[in-house]
Ligand binder design. Sequence first.
Ligand code: ATP
Length: 224
Amino acid sequence: MRIGILGGTFNPIHYGHLRSAEEVRKALMLDEIRFVPSALPPHKPQDDVASAADRLDMVRIALEGYPPYVCDPVEIERGGSSYTLDTLNELTSKKLDNDHMFFIIGADAFLELGTWYKPKDVLHAVNFAVTLRGNQKTSEYFQALLRVIQEIEPRYCMVEPMKEAELIDQKRVIKFIPITEVDISATRIRQCIKDSSSIEHLLPREVELFIIRRRLYGHSGNLS
Ligand code: ATP
């Protein structure tokens, strides 16, 4: 099994997440993508974050009826701070094969890797699929990504420029995957709700109905 792991706050999940997951799935011929909502996002302000249970429900609703996508509550069930390394160790202890496992992450988030808990161990634990969109597809941006990698683990070297880096003597790879720019973020959706403007077509309709029903992010509860 070739598996992708897509972590995130999913506050809420939206078409940007779903479309990028699909493009990575195709590019890497993955059998499955596990969406892993974080328990307490360590780098985000805590207000305006829907409860773990609501975020989990929204992910489940969004993935329903599409077998390659699975919702994995591993971080939420563990609770507390969500360290990626703990999650990866837990997933591999469940006998998932980490040689065929890719941690999917946007290039902007990957640039912050040096600030994570034990980043070198993370780079050793699993393969990465780093998505590039818009101006992230330039060689300048790519050089910045490479600097981040080599500061953490100098034994990573490029196999194919702008496509793949490989850890010398080990099986780990980092794949760089250009994806279509989908200009949607959870921040934008929450802002639309605050401004009482429509969030239609930014996320699956069933998730939108859930937000309305539960009056999340200050939604009035009225159908638009
Ligand atoms: P927020 O706006 O609250 O910061 P977000 O929309 O960026 O949230 P996250 O849950 O923080 O969503 O993101 C999880 C992962 O999905 C990250 O790796 C992020 O880079 C990626 N991602 C988020 N939005 C998009 C998008 N529109 N296209 C591609 N990838 C995305």
